[in-house]
Design a protein around this ligand. Structure first.
Ligand code: GLY
Ligand code: MN
Ligand code: MN
Length: 439
């Protein structure tokens, strides 16, 4: 299951169709990053470059020049080099890029400084995402200045810079059928990993045992890397939103929160489940759990075309505020507590985010200051949570240290939505049943 060459071509065509006449887009790929001395982190391509090419090598720059007669799609990439390839792996090379990626023209990356000013010259607008890579920003300015210096000889420098994100990220926000299929698969693999972690959880084991198990499931399904660092937080660690030490011993009576999703064919899944280490919720844990689940269900019910981005979030706020009042954790009138955002002591993040090639995917949440409407093909997470700090002396002791989040990935359809990650149980009874069968 892969994005086809034809789809990559369609994506480039669509983007070029939205660009001005006499313009150029410059999209640099990611570089390798040192992890220690002479070893690198596993290479991850820049999502924009990947979206438009599927190319997974470092040191690449994609250039789109709509209307250019000798070829509109130009890729700069590493040349083939038998010795380097022997040590570091296969390279496509410029000839391979033309043959396999379907670009019109390709050159060695070393020739960028020589060739790019000529491609820029005569265009009136450069589409480029400034501010993400200082070194590359300087190079782009350098090429433009080089043309400016030649104005008296008749050279025409471009007049405008436009952030490529305005066009490209709107395009990335709406997923194609092939993208949804891949994201569903990413969701299924991640769901299998969460189920197995629930089955393998035992008091006395360490958080990293579950992280290892999750990693194993991802990798054995062809998803070598997680889409983000897995969070396995037991007991009060669940209240640390970005806890990734995953080092503590898990104790009977505690909950464990796992936020983990794989990256499959470039696309992220993002799932959170929270379950009891020993397989049985305490009454307090169960009360908070059921409330978070009710909030999540209420939010998912609001995901449909025409509703705004914020409606699912508002639904979680209402359910959580009302529930916390009922449990005695908040005191006052629902309306006042929502207005004063009193719930933020317990629920301090938003209900979700766009999901795609990036786990916090691109795309605006507001259009001209107003929350945007949901449209078919958008993929988002729904992930309310309640976290009761260990030092929250305003609540009875028995509640403190409970942290619960439930997160699923949802695609907007023509008439509602479809949950891509619902293979993992989330009703408390179902989790307890799964865990008791496993022990
Ligand atoms: N795992 C990151 C997030 O849930 O946003
Ligand atoms: Mn998320
Ligand atoms: Mn998450």
């Amino acid at each position: 299951m892969k994005i086809s060459k034809a789809e990559f071509t369609r994506r480039r065509k669509k983007l070029m169709g939205m660009m001005d006449r006499h313009s150029i887009a410059i999209i640099p790929g990611a570089r390798e990053v040192t992890r220690s001395r002479d070893t690198e982190y596993a290479f991850r391509q820049d999502s924009d470059l990947f979206y438009l090419t599927g190319f997974e090598e470092p040191d690449a720059v994609l250039v789109l020049v709509p209307g250019r007669r000798q070829g509109q799609v130009v890729l700069f990439c590493r040349e083939r080099d038998p010795e380097m390839e022997l040590w570091n792996g296969y390279r496509l090379g410029p000839e391979g890029a033309v043959a396999y990626l379907g670009v019109d023209d390709a050159f060695p990356i070393e020739d960028l400084d020589e060739i790019l000013p000529g491609l820029i010259e005569g265009t009136q607008r450069i589409y480029y995402s400034m501010g993400h890579d200082d070194v590359f920003d300087q190079r782009v300015m350098g090429w433009v200045n080089q043309i400016r210096r030649l104005v008296r000889t008749g050279a025409a420098p471009p007049a405008d810079f436009t952030d490529l994100a305005f066009l490209l990220h709107e395009q990335r926000l709406i997923k194609s059928a092939a993208e949804v299929r891949i994201m569903r698969k990413a969701g299924e693999i991640s769901a299998a990993a969460h189920i197995r972690a629930m089955q393998e959880c035992q008091p006395g084991r360490y958080e990293y045992h579950l992280e290892a198990s999750i990693q194993h499931t991802f990798a054995e399904h062809g998803a070598r890397f997680p889409a983000y660092n897995s969070i396995v937080g037991s007991g009060p660690n669940a209240c640390v939103l970005h806890y990734t030490e995953n080092a503590a011993r898990m104790r009977a009576g505690d909950l464990v929160l796992i936020d983990a999703g794989c990256e499959y064919q470039g696309y992220a899944a993002d799932i959170t489940r929270t379950f009891p280490v020993s397989g049985q919720f305490s009454p307090e844990q169960r009360a908070i759990y059921d409330l978070v689940l009710e909030a999540q269900r209420a939010a998912i019910a609001k995901v449909r075309p025409g509703n705004t981005w914020n409606q699912p979030h508002d639904a979680t706020v209402r359910v959580i505020t009302r529930g916390l009042i009922k449990l005695g954790l908040l005191k006052g009138k629902e309306r006042d507590l929502i207005k004063s955002e009193a719930y933020r002591d317990f629920y301090m993040h938003r209900a979700g985010h766009w999901l795609g090639l990036d786990v916090h995917d691109v795309g605006d949440y507001r259009i001209e200051g107003r929350w945007r409407q949901l449209e078919p093909g958008m993929v988002l997470t729904i992930e309310p949570g309640i976290y009761i700090a260990t030092d929250n002396t305003r609540v009875a002791k028995r509640w403190r240290g409970i942290g619960i989040r439930i997160e699923d990935d949802v695609v907007v359809t023509e008439d509602g939505c479809d949950v891509l990650t619902d293979d993992v149980p989330k009703r408390a009874e179902d989790i307890e049943a799964l865990m008791s069968e496993a022990s």
